[in-house]
Write a protein that binds this ligand. Sequence first.
Ligand code: ATP
Ligand code: MG
Length: 632
Amino acid sequence: MAENFDIKLEEAKYYTPQAHCREQSWIGDYNQAYQEFLADPDGFWDCVARELEWFQPWDRVKEWNYPYARWFLNGKLNITHNCLDRHVYDQRRNKVAIMWRGETEEEERILTYRQLFQAVCRFANGLKRLGVGKGDRVCIYMPVVPEQIVAMLACARIGAIHTVVFGGFGVSALNQRITGTDAKVVVTADVTYRRGKAIPLKNIVEEAVVNAPSVERIVILRRDDDKPVELHPEMEVDYYNLMEGVERECPAEPMDAEDPLFILYTSGTTGSPKGIVHTCGGYMVGTYYTTRNVFDVKDNDIYWCTADPGWITGHSYGVYGPLLNGATSLIAEATPDYPDPGTYWDLIEEYGVTIFYTAPTAIRMFMRVGEEWPNRYNLSSLRILGSVGEPLNPEAFEWYYHIIGKGRCPIVDTWWQTETGMHMVTTMIGEPMRPGFAGKPIPGVVADVVDMAGNPCPPGTGGLLVVKEPWPSMMRTIWNDDERYCKYWNTIPGCYTAADLAVKDKDGYIMVIGRSDDLIVVAGHNIGTAEVESALVSHEAVAEAAVIGKPDALKGNSIKAFVILRNGRDPGEKLRNDLVYHVRMTLGPIAIPSEIDFVESLPKTRSGKIMRRVLKAQELGMDPGDISTLEE
Ligand code: ATP
Ligand code: MG
C-alpha cells in the first residue's frame, strides 16, 4: 500500500444512549471491562468459560504457538449440553427456544427447550443408525426450518462435523462443498419456499452427489405432505422415519475442546470460498460471551437474527449463541421484500421482537422503498438493533436509528468474519455511537489499524484492520489448506490480517472502509470503496452504490460508480453532475467518480454483499473468477 492514505473524516458526531442502557446491561462499563481483560487476558476467558458446564475442566486456558492457538487444553465438553441439557435441567425446560415462521401466516411452529432437546436426541440417534460418528462430516442443505437447527445440533451432539450449505446455492456450489469435505451424509428437504415459489432442493442434491463418492446416505425432510416426493431406498431416507424407533435419549459425546465442531465456507465476496474450521470449546465460549454481552440478551428478550444458518452469522448468532444463553429466538423462512417490504416489520410487531440483527443490504433496501413501510407497524418492542456483513454507512445508520429504533435503541454494528467466529469490533451497549464507525474492540479482543509493518496507524490514516492476540473462537485452520490458514497470520508481523481496510478516529473508533482487494489507487492515493460508496449513499437520491477502479493512463486508476436510486428518482445528466459534486464536497476531488452508471441491481453474494470483483470483470472484460456464491 502507498504511504499517503489519509481519510477525510467528518466532524465527530455521537449518539449517546440513555443511561439505563448501560446501567442495566450485562457488560456495564465498557472501559472497565476492557481494562480488566487487558490486565489478565487468560483469566478473563477462564472466567467466561466457567459460566458454562464442562465434563472435564481445562488444564490451561491457551497455548499460543504462532500461528496456532489451542484453547481450554484438555477440557471436555459438548456444546449441545450447554445449548440444551443445561436449560432443560434448570429453569428453562418449558421456555420457548425457537419460534419458526414460514412464508405464510398459517405456517408457524414453536419449540420449547424440552422439545428441541428431544428432537435433537432423536435425530442424533438416527444419524448414529446411519453409521455417522465422531469426526464424520455431514452436509446440511436445508431451508430455514427447525429441522435445520435440529440437524446441526444433532451432529454436534455425536461429534460429527457439520457443514451447512445455504439452501439457495445451486448444484456446483453444493457439489464443491460435499466433495471438499468428503461428507458422508447429506441432510436436505424436498423443497424450500422462496417468494411464493417452491424450489426443489432434492433435485439439486441428486445432481450434486453425482461424482461425490463419499456420500453414503441422503436424509430428506418431506415438507409437502400432499405430494410426498418418492425416495430411492438404496440411498435416501425420510427425516422423520429416521427418528422413529430410536432411543429417546442420546448422551452428549464428550468432545475435546479442540475437536472440530464445524466447517463453514466464507461468503466468496473477494474470491473462492474458504472452508473455515471451528472447534468445540473456543467457539462455544466466544459465541456465548458475545451474544450475552454485545446483544445484552436477557431471559425475557425475543431475539431475531435474520441471517440464514448457511452463513457464519446464522451459526454464531442464529443458532449457537442464543441457545447457549437460553434465549427465545424467532427464525423465519422470510425474504425482506416478499410479499411486500413490510414483512420484517410485521414479524417484529407480531412476535414482539426486542433484539433485531440484520444486514446493511436489507437496511438499504428498506431505505430505498421508503419509511412508510415500517411506519405502518408498531415497533415499540425493539430494544437493541444490530448490523453485520458490510459497512453500515452513516446514512443507513441514521435511518436505522431514527426510523426503526425511534432514537431509543442502541445500534451494534458488529465487525467480524467467518474466520473470527465471533464479534470482534463493535460499540458495546451504553457507549456513545458514531455513525459509520463499527466501534472499538470488544473486551477479549485486541484489534487495531496498522501499516504493512504492523505499526499502528495514527488517527485519520487508513491501514489494515488486524487482530493482535489469539481469541477463543478463532478459526484453527482452513479445511485441507493449512497454507492458506498461515497466510492470515504471516502477512503482517505479529498480526492476524482480516484483509479489510479501516481507519481509526482520535477516540479509537474504527471505521471499515473496504476490502484490501478492492482498494483503488488514484494518482497515488489509496481510496477505500466504502468511503466513496458512503458518500454516494449520503445523497438523498441514492439507495445503494458500488465503486470499482478502472485502469487510467494518467491517474493509474479512475473510479467508476454503479448507483441504485431510491424509488421514484429520475436518472439523468443533472443527477449525475449532482452526485459528482456531492462526492467532491464530501471527500474531495481525488475521490470523484469519472463514470456513473445508474443500475437496477448490483451483483451480490447470496448473503447480500456487493461483489465488486464481478462488476470489475464485466467492465474490463476479465474473468470474474469463482462466482459460485453469486446471487441470481
Ligand atoms: P470471502 O472471504 O470469501 O471473500 P467474505 O469476507 O464476505 O467472503 P464473510 O466471512 O461472510 O465472508 O464476511 C466477513 C467480511 O464481511 C469482513 O471481512 C468484512 O469485510 C465484512 N463485514 C462484516 N461485518 C462488517 C461490519 N460490521 N462492517 C464492515 N464490514 C463488515
Ligand atoms: Mg473474507
